[in-house]
Design a protein around this ligand. Structure first.
Ligand code: NAD
Ligand code: GLY
Length: 354
């Protein structure tokens, strides 16, 4: 079987391999990138019941020692308590720096396992096997790892590139629709910020048939993310473009206490709001917002949100893209064309309120 392969050249170099049925032969690919003999697979309970045996079985059959740590699914597990349990588990199983962690799951598993790999014994190899669309197009690539604090999401983290990303598109068959929709928010974002051809492809599909071309779509998204990460691995400039729609999205999620709306839907609303404003102020092509909205509708992402854009300004000021007295706002002037526009805080609040 010919799989799609994308090379990332960041502080660590690695490949992203995309295709169906990869998980069952994961050891064949993993053994090419690490000398480890002992593997600790980290996953959540839902993913474990679906794919745990396939991955552990493949590694055991290849002659490796395998242990597995399973935690309850959900964002609440991406915390210091789970992290400490992972460290204890690794100690109990005599995992050394020469060994390797395997993150099997969505972005929650990937982020916490990556952070454990960055910090346990001052750093060890890890491999990503993302099983949600969001993790396949976004979180497994680029080396951002983190856990949440009670004070906020992703507040403690590290840049740590994986040794390999194995994207098995078959895993999307078991993914509940709400999580497919969520991932599509990021897919539409990639088209908006960097790729008119991707956006045009999305305009010909719907949620019902997008999985048929999952490998093509994931390849395009990951190639865009690879280019951005290679240009700005440590998030000082270009990488900010990946946050199109996200500043408003975080405020919308905060408005709903992180329970009333999914991240993907909040990103969709954020992209729509900022594009509507940009268009009104002559910073974007006329008709762009309408085009974005009809694409979002195809993926059940065009949800109405309660707060008006003018109510979201204050919360936006806590955003990581604020620096001193200014904030960088990502604006798309047309499909596939994006830029970070630096605004003084006052000017930004005025921009939202007018
Ligand atoms: P998630 O990991 O919680 O997965 C969503 C749900 O789907 C979970 O309940 C999980 O058990 C289940 N699941 C996973 N794969 C499945 C499958 N194939 N079949 C059935 N069920 C499956 O959430 P997510 O949306 O994948 O990731 C969100 C996290 O990613 C957040 O914590 C966010 O901060 C992080 N993130 C990180 C980056 C980064 O660059 N590191 C980027 C974006 C998001
Ligand atoms: N998800 C944003 C980034 O990786 O930079």
């Amino acid at each position: 079987m010919e799989y799609k392969r994308i090379k990332v050249k960041a502080s660590g170099q690695y490949e992203i391999i995309i295709g169906d049925g990869l998980i069952g032969s994961s050891a064949d690919y993993i053994k090419e990138v690490t000398k480890a003999q002992n593997f600790a697979v980290i996953t959540d309970d839902t993913v474990d019941s679906l794919y745990g045996e396939k991955v552990c079985g493949s590694l055991s059959a290849a002659g490796f020692n395998v242990c597995k740590f399973v935690f309850p699914h959900g964002e609440a597990s991406k915390c210091s308590d789970t992290l400490l349990k992972i460290y204890s588990f690794l100690c109990l199983n005599h995992i050394s720096r020469a060994d390797c962690l395997v993150a099997l799951g969505g972005g929650v598993v990937g982020d916490i396992t990556g952070y454990a790999a960055a910090t346990f014994l001052r750093g060890m190899d890890f491999v990503q096997i993302p099983t949600t669309l969001l993790a396949q197009v976004d979180s497994s690539v680029g080396g951002k790892t983190a856990i949440d604090l009670p004070e906020g999401k992703n507040l403690v983290g590290a840049f740590k590139q994986p040794k390999l990303v194995l994207c098995d598109t078959d895993t999307l068959d078991t993914l509940p629709e709400e999580f497919l929709i969520d991932g599509m928010g990021e897919v539409v974002k990639y088209g908006m910020i960097k790729s008119a051809p991707l956006f045009e492809l999305l305009e010909t599909r719907t949620l019902d048939n997008i999985k048929e071309i999952a490998d093509n779509v994931i390849e395009q998204c990951v190639s865009i993310k690879r280019d951005v990460v290679e240009a700005d691995e440590f998030d000082k400039g270009e990488r900010m473009l990946l946050n199109f729609g996200h500043t408003l999205a975080h405020s919308i999620e905060q408005y709903y206490n992180y329970t009333g709306i999914t991240h993907g839907k909040a990103v969709a609303a954020g992209m729509r709001m900022i594009t509507g404003l940009a268009e009104k102020k002559g910073m974007a092509e006329s008709g762009l917002c309408e085009r974005l909205v009809s694409c979002l509708e195809r993926y059940k992402l065009n949800v109405q949100v309660e707060p008006e854009v003018s109510q979201l300004g204050e919360a936006c000021l806590n955003d990581k893209k604020r620096s001193g007295g200014s904030i960088s706002v990502i604006i798309c002037s047309d499909v596939g064309k994006s830029a970070a526009v630096k605004m003084p805080v006052d000017g930004f609040l005025k921009f939202l309120n007018e």
